[in-house]
Design a protein around this ligand. Sequence first.
Ligand SMILES: C[S@@+](CC[C@H](N)C(=O)[O-])C[C@H]1O[C@@H](n2cnc3c(N)ncnc32)[C@H](O)[C@@H]1O
Length: 241
Amino acid sequence: MDAYGRDFAAIYNTAWAFWGPRMWPFLSAQVARRCPRARTWLDLCCGTGSLLKLACENGYEAVGLDRSPHQLRHARQNAPQARLIRADIRSFALHRKFDVITCLFDSLNYVTKLGEIEGVFRNVRRHLAGRGLFAFDVNTPEGHRQNWRGAWIRRGKDCTLIGESACDERTHLARLRLTGFVKQGRLYRRFQEEHVQRSCSREEMDRLLARAGFAFVRYNGSALSRRIARASRLLYVCWRA
Ligand SMILES: C[S@@+](CC[C@H](N)C(=O)[O-])C[C@H]1O[C@@H](n2cnc3c(N)ncnc32)[C@H](O)[C@@H]1O
């Protein structure tokens, strides 16, 4: 039941690997503006490496970190020049600093305790160079309410995926149960995963970032604009306060 197992990682690599390319123009412009001398890039929760690939192609020394060995296997193929590390963002220790640190596509929502989110921020700050930039995007409570409710089905040539999700307004936890059927000869192999995310109110997130020593600007994470009222996704661009 662990999230991002072998079968889902293979599907993710084809169906959801668009986020890195979508975010790259905005992120690279932010980096060029705020830390033009940046050379090193750490992508936390790098998944199948769609952003790492672009970081490498654009001359950064890129390191990717993820806890799923299956996601990392695809990242190795997609971004062969990047260094990849299997670790948990709640406890990683790389003993060096990076100019840019990213954590994209609601990966941080997978850390479901407020104290642990603050711990991740403190750890990121320890790994961030003095004038470095930290950027992450998260589902907001509005986003979970809109998009993590009800069921959907996605049919591919060799696989059908069913998602059933629900969110709890009180705990801010959202759950997605995935059931997949992967074609194997004339039959199908069935797999299941559960994804649990937590969203933070804007005030909660601001407080956690400030306590960890970050100043930041918020953007609408879908439109990539400054219009953030009722945004289903927020993108934070942060630096040392
Ligand atoms: C939605 S995917 C995003 C992947 C990638 N950032 C992208 O843009 O395609 C979330 C990723 O976070 C990873 N992840 C979730 N919780 C994690 C944790 N505590 N430590 C390290 N990786 C984690 C998962 O294995 C998965 O690859």
